[in-house]
Design a protein around this ligand. Structure first.
Ligand code: PMP
Length: 445
């Protein structure tokens, strides 16, 4: 046996630690031979992230859509403390607990009608895998019950989508910007319709759905489900499309007996100005994926909801149960924090607040429209996007934002923000002012 060594945990980040980080730690989408420099963060409070050197940055990213109530929130902290003193985790197989029951109740109450069976997953990507498996298992069971051969093994989706980094999720991400090129030999092949072209507020043009209609008409017997991000396509392009498209997609799913999976992992919990983006179109999907903001960004948790009909059909098929059960499913600590996060959201006037944020983002980002390098500025709910004509130099622009006192992390041609909902008008003005100032600087250098 090894001697029992005393391990001293570090309390502050030194330059040696940062070079260790560069040499040994893989950050999201980063290189091991040319790693970008990392900004060491020691704490965060409200809408501000504090760097090791004492500087504070106004956070425009809400830690990738998740920190809706701000950092270090007293009620969320309390929920975590109270739960950790009872139990941080217990397996979910054969055991249940109050935080999971309470969370499922809240989710069933909040989400569109029909969604009343809840599967608690551990991340957004896993929630998407679960949704895909539900759709596949549904058709497997239904056809078996009908005494027919099942031919519905494929998915249909729309271009410019993003659904996560695991294999099932990757297979329905945009084929050009979604890693298909590298994994093409291993990814299952699905059907892709063109991305919707009619913007959120634009006059609806039926022709926008013609290719989608053709794919339904020609291939519905092979298609288990249509999966899409309702209204807002996030990491695949930050595009906002017409609710009419979503309504038509729902109608086509009904007409051709195809399930509709709404990936609301980014849009759920009021980000687009509606509690769920599906609400903009007044539709209810057959399966809905939720994640990110569910715990107010405190820890990882996701959920896949479906209808009684789908839940019961899956359970009546060959296996007699749904074939998924991750180790940390229904983690009590995450559920307890999620319960408080959802309570905070439901008790707030989220509609008026996201309208306020949209107005501030519109006003603050509108001067960017005058820049030659800018292709389009668009805002919806608590999302503000400046699309550039050319991809930005990510490292240079990131440094310029930090120097301007804000945290904005662009990718490709997209310089965008989705701030915590608690951000004041003053801080929103500083954030958008810094975006304009940095883009002017980039244009003139
Ligand atoms: N779906 C959508 C729409 C997303 O935006 C994301 C995350 N960016 C995911 C799925 C995957 O979630 P996670 O990163 O938690 O696995």
């Amino acid at each position: 046996m090894r001697p029992h060594n005393r391990v001293t945990l570090m309390t502050s980040i030194t330059t040696t630690d940062l070079s260790f980080d560069q040499q040994h730690i893989w950050h999201p989408y980063s290189s091991m031979i040319n790693p970008p420099s990392m900004y060491p963060v020691v704490s965060a409070e409200g809408v501000r992230i504090k760097l090791e050197d004492g500087r504070e940055l106004i956070d425009g990213m809400a830690s990738w859509w998740s920190v809706i109530h701000g950092y270090n929130h007293p009620e969320l902290n309390q929920a975590a403390h109270e739960q950790i003193d009872k139990m941080s985790h217990v397996m979910f197989g054969g055991i249940t607990h109050q935080p999971a029951i309470e969370l499922a109740k809240q989710l069933v109450e909040m989400t569109p009608a029909n969604l009343d069976k809840v599967f608690l997953a551990d991340s957004g990507s896993v929630a998407v895998e679960v949704a895909i498996k539900m759709a596949i298992q549904y058709w497997h069971a239904r056809r078996a019950n009908e005494g027919k051969t099942n031919t519905k093994h494929k998915l249909l989706t729309i271009r410019n989508g993003y659904h996560g980094d695991t294999f099932g999720a990757m297979s329905v991400c945009d084929p050009i910007n979604g890693m298909h090129e590298i994994f093409t030999e291993v990814l299952p092949k699905h059907f892709f319709a063109p991305a919707p072209q009619t913007g959120f507020d634009q006059q609806w043009d039926e022709a926008d759905c013609s290719e989608l209609k053709r794919l339904f008409a020609e291939h519905h017997q092979e298609i288990a489900a249509l999966i899409l991000e309702p209204i807002v396509q996030g990491a695949g392009g930050m595009r906002f499309y017409s609710p009419e498209y979503l309504k038509t997609a729902r109608q086509l799913c009904d007409e051709y007996d195809v399930l509709l999976i709404a990936d609301e992992i980014a849009t759920g919990f009021a980000r687009s100005g509606a509690l769920f983006a599906c609400d903009h179109a007044g539709i209810s999907p057959d399966i809905m994926c939720l994640g990110k903001a569910i715990t107010g960004g405190y820890m990882t948790l996701a959920a896949t909801l479906t209808s009684s009909h789908i839940g019961e059909t899956i359970s009546s098929g060959g296996a007699g149960c749904f074939m998924h059960g991750p180790t940390f499913m229904g983690n009590p600590l995450a559920c307890a924090v999620a319960n408080t996060s959802l309570k905070l959201l439901r008790e707030s006037d989220w509609k008026a607040n996201t309208q306020r944020i949209q107005q501030q983002l519109e006003a603050g980002l509108s001067p960017c429209r005058e820049l030659n390098s800018v292709a389009q500025v668009r805002c919806l709910g608590a999302i503000g996007v400046v699309e550039m004509k050319q991809p930005v130099d990510a490292r240079r622009i990131q440094q310029a934002f930090v120097d301007a006192g804000v945290w904005v992390r662009p990718f490709g041609k997209l310089v965008y923000v989705m701030p915590p909902y608690i951000m004041s008008n003053e801080d929103l003005a500083i954030l958008t002012g810094a975006m304009h100032q940095v883009l002017v600087k980039m244009e003139n250098s």
